[in-house]
Design a protein around this ligand. Structure first.
Ligand code: ZN
Length: 313
């Protein structure tokens, strides 16, 4: 089954592109430039990209609020905030409301990757701040933010929280702490959001694959797609057998995250980064940090979960 796969650069480089999320309602792709403190929104039919600048800090993640056209939930610094932005034009100071604060016992972390579960609860993880290109391990945690903005610390410690996704049957959660170089699975209870029975389902190192596992999604066949930071590729994994199915090489090294989008949910959007690269390295690969689309994979994604914020219901 050899498909004709096409890889295309869709948007020019940002420093640390991350967290792509396809909004089914508007048919737009949201993602973030973490270090640029921007929420980005791409209209794939016109190629136009607008941004909202978050003056309060790094933007780790953004997810639309269910049933709204101009409300987003985002991780900014260590705060989970509600952002009012319709995405139709650039905005350097959109109105925000702080819903919750994470890692309240420390100041040396920030929110990194996050996602909503099938019940619409928001999961967000944290990581240590990068100092001189190093990230101290075990400073972060994984949190669950419910529709009433209540916060529960679910996993701790975590080094670089990433790669959340849930299976179609809504009984397994997949998770990545990048520094472990492993993809893990948990039994997941959709009624209360609890996770139990951790097992490692794929080990990047023992499979002789380069890079750190970063963002992750799953396709409608139940297989996982994992971005490889410093691995120049995304990989498709069968989580049940713990087997590598495919490795798709990209023209840049620092691949950060993946999400299916497009009208048929059959385009894989891939974010990347140039953070930490020298001027020399960037000259050789000027598209480091670009947003890519991969078509012709022969698989479809699952409709992404939005945040169910009860105040708005
Ligand atoms: Zn990430």
């Amino acid at each position: 089954m050899e498909m004709s796969i096409t890889i295309e650069k869709v948007v020019d480089a940002v420093e640390l592109g991350e967290g792509p999320h396809w909004d089914v309602t508007s048919q737009k792709l949201y993602y973030v430039d973490i270090n640029g403190q921007k929420i980005m929104r791409l209209d794939p039919t016109t190629g136009k990209v607008n941004y909202a600048y978050m003056k309060d800090g790094h933007v780790g993640v953004v997810v639309p609020v269910e049933g709204t056209k101009d409300k987003l939930i985002a991780g900014v610094g260590r705060n989970v905030v509600l952002v009012s932005w319709d995405g139709e034009s650039n905005n350097d100071n959109p109105p925000i409301k702080v819903l919750a604060s994470l890692d309240t016992d420390r100041t040396d972390t920030r929110i990194n990757d996050g996602k909503c579960d099938p019940a619409g609860r928001f999961w967000a993880g944290t990581m240590g701040l990068e100092v001189n290109s190093t990230i101290e391990p075990n400073r972060g945690a994984l949190y669950l933010i419910d529709s009433d903005s209540s916060v529960k610390k679910v996993l701790s410690p975590v080094s670089i929280s990433n790669g959340l996704t849930w299976n179609l049957q809504k009984d397994v959660m997949y998770y990545i702490d990048s520094m472990t170089r492993q993809v893990s699975a948990y039994d997941y209870n959709n009624a209360d959001g609890s996770i139990t029975n951790k097992r490692v389902i794929f080990d990047i190192k023992s499979n002789n694959i380069e890079g750190l596992p970063d963002g992750m999604t799953n396709d409608a066949d139940g297989n996982l797609w994992v971005a490889l930071f410093n691995g120049k590729a995304v990989i498709q994994i069968d989580p049940k057998r713990g087997k590598l199915l495919r490795k798709i090489e990209l023209p840049v090294d620092r691949i950060t995250s993946v999400a299916f989008g497009g009208p048929q949910l059959d385009t894989l959007y891939v974010t990347s980064a140039y953070v930490g690269m020298t001027a020399e390295q960037r000259k050789l690969k000027p598209d480091s940090g670009a947003l890519y689309s991969i078509k012709g994979l022969g698989v479809k994604g699952c409709p992404p979960n939005n945040f169910k914020y009860h105040i708005l219901q």
